[in-house]
Design a protein around this ligand. Sequence first.
Ligand SMILES: Nc1nc2c(c(=O)[nH]1)N[C@H]1C(S)=C(S)[C@@H](COP(=O)(O)O)O[C@H]1N2
Ligand SMILES: [Mo]
Length: 493
Amino acid sequence: MAAAAGLAAAELLGSLLPHRPSLVLGIADRVIAITPATVREALIGVVGTQDKLLLAIGIVVAVVSLGAGVGARSARGRLASVWALGLIAFACALGSAPVWEITALAAGAATVSYVALGRLAPAPVPVRQPEPISEGLGPISRRTFFSVTGLTTFAVLAGSGAVIIRRGAVTAVNQVRATLKLASSTRPVTIDAAADPHIAGLAPAITPNRSFYRIDTALEPPTVDINNWSLRIEGLVDHPLTFTYEQLSALPQVSAVVTLACVSNTVGGDLVSNAIWQGVPLRALLDQAGVQAGADQLVGESVDGFTAGFPVALALDGREALVAVGMNGEVLPIAHGFPARLVVPGLYGYVSATKWLRRIRLTTMAAESPFWIQQGWSPDGRVAAAARIDVPRAGVALKSGPTVVAGRAWHQHTGVGGVEVQIDTGPWQPATLAAGMGTDAWRLWTLSWNATPGQHRLTVRMIDPSGAVQSGNTFGVFPGPSSGWHQVHLNVS
Ligand SMILES: Nc1nc2c(c(=O)[nH]1)N[C@H]1C(S)=C(S)[C@@H](COP(=O)(O)O)O[C@H]1N2
Ligand SMILES: [Mo]
């Protein structure tokens, strides 16, 4: 209970400090960093995107268990153990927020735990008597009872207080977001109605913000106060630049339909979505800053220290890379990077799509390895061609007769030339492509199938505009994207 009280006190204190540091989340970051990438990916495969919540719960459980261990030690051992735990927490969380904040949290947690432990400790045993074996396990004294209930109440209240304060910060930022208006785009996009066949179970052409997949290392998205935020362009540039939110928003903005995919997406997986992004062309910012000849990597850094980097040449080869401030006509949602993020067509998110962007650093590949590259992922984050069958879904009872098969295909910045579907071991049949939304966006497709009773296997593959067939090699994610043709097994009655 003392350990829980200490941790809860640290969370409460953290939610009141400027960067809202959290000991639990800081430790979680460290655990993620030291877990071998293959193990981590396998675990994420099992627990999905709830991974971080489970990790946080696991850390709380671990701290409380360690506390139980400390409680069982002799009085002198306890003092040292509590401070040792505090030091370990400090070391783990170091780097997740300014040093003084982490120091305050770890010291606060250790002090509260130690004082609380004193309240719980059984009355000192007279020196010369042999220690009773049942120390602390005897009948519960009034003092212990009130200490336990008091500390439990404190831990619950402080923990809930921390959650409520953090939620309040989200509400406050959303209130600010609601007062902001997107500038009008100098190059708006219109989506052809024929881009969306409107088939039940098939993804819509444009993913609504609330259903857009979310992947990041933040257990809770950073809440950025735009009055204390700026975007800095620095490093190997002739003129380092700094923009406030107002200054950035005042620059000419364009719109682009760009599909974003996560490198961790499995064949047929859901970590891919498509939105109309609005923002300032990255190229315009880089031209103004003057990229120096030696720069070969562009690194985006977020307010919470995440980094993603890709070759500068890709930002200058004509693709519509954006510093996005809008998503589907709305001010960028908090979960997707408010106030600004990078969107680079043709690259996976882990090398390019920095959310809660604070710095754009021109550097070299040799000088800096961004976050996921340090974890062993491939620095080459160009997206691979992919296709998936959305309907019929595997395992759903199907009746024989005319059936619509439909799905999505994408190869951002290359475009989709065609989609082919194979029923069982039959010939590859060309699917009908819905209207396109540009080469940077996915393309929806449909195929009419006269389903016959029995077991069936549907396979899909994408054809590039050049006629190249999507690779049929099958492998899982890490250190690069997964590969293979998506298959669905169906039972038709
Ligand atoms: N600050 C920050 N930006 C980030 C990440 C992150 O962990 N932190 N994850 C990246 C990854 S791996 C992906 S796939 C995309 C996902 O963007 P989304 O959550 O808007 O879909 O964001 C990228 N940008
Ligand atoms: Mo990702």
